[in-house]
Design a protein around this ligand. Structure first.
Ligand SMILES: [Zn+2]
Length: 333
């Protein structure tokens, strides 16, 4: 297997997250996350690291709307120095408004500021997932994508939740177009509300997550999103790591009843009990990630493990080490 690393991710350096109000707190989606995770992966298994340098807006347009991608590129040109852009207001249709206001129809909240080169970094992250998909088509081996910024909250024309482009579904789209049967299975603490928009019979979406009304993204309580290609399950607040691992195992068995060639695993280390993004804490410990790695390493098909959230920098390296140790022990690498 190989690890795929977006060479330009550190161009995205959001300063503060305003979602708790002023003065905001130091942003959690920091560049050091992926280096800590890469250290853990390499300690567990010395795979080749592919440093992906390219970024282009052409391929993200395969799943994201043109006007959305154009807006992100246009607003980036207007940002100077260390300034950051957050839309000043939010409405469904601002297409006739000046550029500065238009972001309010493409953005879900105020915790995802755009810096001058954030979109370049996000395109590089998307390219990393696409390159991993190409590798898997060619080599038929598993991969770990250190996608930063992450992607599962990004919809067809909507950013937020620290995400701009949906890395998992960009990879899924490429694999499906090459004739592969794919499923996206998401075990980030939060539901991937962006990924939900892309679910299809060719690339179903399965997610195990915290309650979606009391935790980000605070979905409408009446929302009906289950369908033949969407399976969702909530875990209970306050559960232990062992119970969470049992939840993962039974969810994987339930979700993966139809055969797939490639499983895309949207992996968040923010299920760790000390992660600040949890509104309702669960008590997953770093050691539980070893068993989670074993669950996915035991599957017949190759797995694209793709990074979503995970913000407790004291434990990211250890979580990644444990996950990969478990994964390779079962994959026989
Ligand atoms: Zn998350």
């Amino acid at each position: 297997m190989k690890y795929f690393y977006p060479k330009h991710h550190s161009l995205h350096k959001p300063s503060v997250d305003l979602s708790d109000g002023l003065p905001g707190y130091k942003h959690l989606e920091v560049a050091s996350r992926v280096d800590e995770i890469l250290r853990g992966l390499l300690r567990a298994h010395k795979a080749d690291v592919i440093y992906v340098e390219s970024f282009s807006d052409a391929e993200v347009r395969s799943i994201h709307d043109d006007d959305y991608v154009d807006f992100l590129l246009d607003i980036s040109k207007e940002i100077e120095g260390d300034d950051e852009y957050i839309p000043p207001l939010f409405r469904e249709d601002l297409s006739a408004s000046p550029l500065y206001f238009r972001g309010g129809m493409y953005c879900s909240e105020i915790g995802t500021p755009i810096g001058k080169e954030s979109i370049k970094a996000a395109l590089n992250s998307a390219q990393t997932a696409l390159n991993a998909a190409a590798y898997m088509l060619e080599e038929k081996k598993s991969s770990f994508v250190l996608s930063r910024p992450p992607g599962h909250h990004a919809g067809k024309h909507r950013y937020g939740g620290y995400c701009f482009f949906n890395n998992a579904y960009l990879a899924a789209d490429k694999l499906v177009k090459s004739g592969k049967k794919v499923a996206v299975l998401d075990i980030d603490y939060h539901i991937g509300d962006g990924s939900l928009e892309f679910a299809s019979a060719d690339a179903p979406y399965y997610s195990l997550h915290a309650n979606t009304q009391r935790n980000y993204p605070y979905l409408d309580k009446n929302i009906q999103i289950e369908s033949e290609f969407v399976k969702l399950q909530e875990f209970k607040t306050g559960i232990s790591g062992e119970v969470y691992v049992q939840n993962v195992l039974s969810f994987v068995e339930k979700a993966l009843q139809k055969p797939v060639d490639v499983l895309i695993l949207s992996l968040g280390f923010d299920t760790l009990g000390t992660d600040y993004t949890q509104d309702e804490y669960i008590y997953v410990k770093a050691e539980n990630f070893r068993t989670i790695g074993e669950i996915f390493g035991s599957l017949q098909q190759e797995v694209m493990i793709l990074l979503e959230g995970g913000y407790d920098s004291d434990f990211l390296e250890l979580c990644a080490y444990n996950f990969m140790s478990g994964f390779i022990s079962k994959k026989g690498l």
